[in-house]
Design a protein around this ligand. Structure first.
Ligand code: ASP
Length: 324
């Protein structure tokens, strides 16, 4: 009887402590894991949001870049991290393409995570090195077809959106190029600027400054309609690649089991950051569109990811490109 009373007291104390910790979350710095190299397009979004959330949460949001396998290394790391409310993850369409690209994925995007919020949607741009011998998309396609054996295409690994865009572009024009994977498109862009690689498809959150500086050649954007930040850039679709569309969305996740009150607070913190004038300006300057606040809920991200997994699975399987 005495043991039972002690146990009840202990459980009582423990749950009170937990409730207190959740009520006072965050009480220490929070880690936001980024699956690609620092300085790249995903990192830019994470650091911009992180700086603003640090202000509203009163605790530092630490960006941790965990690299490898097109983002799946970082996803697996977060899936297995302690659900204590201090580890979060930002990832893009790669969360939806990984199940179709990897035969043996060490995590389940739909089961191993709590869904926090979405963030921004970003167009991609098809680029080549500055001295690439083509001045528009038809010339680029003709040159690639005539020289496909010697042209290489950079990307950020299997599961990256640069890889997805590159795969869809190759399929659209009927070529197979040598793909050169990097740990992110920041190093891929450096290789493009250095002329070590020829072609790269990447998000405007990285490419706009290089395009405006004229240090790369731009052949088109991957959205259905032209984008405000590059008004003179034609879409790939309007130049003949019918229905070509890749828009990069971003989700924020936590390990499964992270307490609901913390998820709700983090959802609110992200949405507050997305209303921060500094964040709005920075994202606007880089061509990123902030998702509508009213629908930016954990459930909305869950349903969106489900639909994206359903969309990209057959597209990827049709191409027969997998990894064990
Ligand atoms: N998001 C880029 C990609 O998937 C990689 C990066 O952010 O560095 O291709």
């Amino acid at each position: 009887m005495k043991f039972k009373r002690t146990l009840i007291t202990l459980v009582g104390v423990a749950s009170a402590a937990l409730a207190h910790a959740q009520a006072n979350w965050p009480t220490k710095p929070i880690t936001l894991v980024v699956p690609f190299a620092a300085g790249g397009p995903t990192d830019v979004v994470a650091r911009t949001l992180g700086a603003s959330m640090t202000k509203s949460l009163g605790q530092t949001v630490v960006i941790e870049n965990k690299l490898g396998a097109g983002g799946t290394v970082a996803a697996n790391y977060v899936a297995k991290a302690a659900p204590d409310g201090y580890t979060f993850f930002i990832h893009h369409n790669g969360m939806a393409t990984a199940p179709a690209l990897y035969r043996k994925l060490a995590f389940d995007p739909l089961k191993d995570f709590e869904f926090v919020s979405q963030a921004v949607e970003v167009p991609m741009t098809l680029l080549a090195r500055k001295d690439f011998p083509a001045n528009n998309l038809p010339e680029m396609i003709a040159y690639i077809k005539a020289n496909q054996a010697k042209i290489n295409l950079a990307n950020a690994g299997l599961g990256a959106v640069s890889q997805l865009c590159g795969m869809l572009f190759q399929r659209a024009i009927g070529v197979q190029l040598t793909e050169v994977p990097f740990q992110g498109t920041a190093p891929a862009m450096n290789a493009l600027l250095g002329g070590q690689v020829d072609v790269l498809c990447d998000q405007t959150t990285q490419t706009v400054p290089q395009i405006k500086a004229g240090s790369v050649k731009l052949y088109g954007v991957t959205t259905k309609a032209r984008v405000k930040v590059l008004p003179n850039a034609p879409t790939l679709a309007e130049q003949g690649l019918k229905d070509f569309e890749v828009v990069v969305w971003h989700g924020i996740y936590a390990p499964k089991g992270t307490p609901k009150p913390v998820i709700e607070r983090m959802n609110m913190a992200v949405r507050t950051a997305l209303k921060d004038p500094d964040v709005i300006k920075r994202m606007d300057d880089l061509g990123a569109e902030i998702v509508p606040d009213a629908t930016n809920t954990p459930d909305a991200l869950h349903h969106w990811l489900q639909s994206e997994i359903g969309k990209w699975g057959p597209v990827i399987k049709a191409g027969g490109k997998f990894a064990d």
